[in-house]
Ligand binder design. Sequence first.
Ligand code: URA
Length: 189
Amino acid sequence: MDDWQILRQECLQCQNCGLAETRTNVVFGDGCETAEIFLVGEGPGQSEDEQGVPFVGRAGQLLDDMLEMIGLDRTKVYIGNTVKCRPPQNRDPLNVEMAACRGWLDRQMALLRPKILVCLGRIAAKELIKDDFRITAEHGRWFTRNGVQMMAIYHPSALLRDPMKRPETFEDLKGLQAKIRELCPETKI
Ligand code: URA
């Protein structure tokens, strides 16, 4: 049977794609391994690659602030990425890289069995909700995949680049908070 420790150990050795050659650290995931809520980003940036922890750079600081607005923090969610290693120069992960990495995410999903999954940005939403996901039109909307309620919000990096998107994101966060209160009895917010 899989467990978090085995999964992490295996993942830290991964050589499934070319990103293994340029990474400093595998960024496996962070947060509560029994959380009811799974947040999935795109892939590690420079700070994450250096520290081996997801969302610790500027975008991560903003993510923490966004979570705090609705009573969440890293003790109440689990945070991962569609690819566990940094794409050079922060380019988008390639389809072959996401496919090579998908097994790790699926095993994280199987262990966590979240009630709610939040995609942080378009790349994660295309991978997990639907291939033609349109973040401008469909952020904040709920979808069901394999019995899990999923939605996407703008990536925190997009909110840093374009603060005009923040009010919409605040509405999406309030929708997330309401859904958590409805579906996640263990998560007190
Ligand atoms: N952006 C992401 O998508 N993931 C991280 O872990 C950090 C920045």
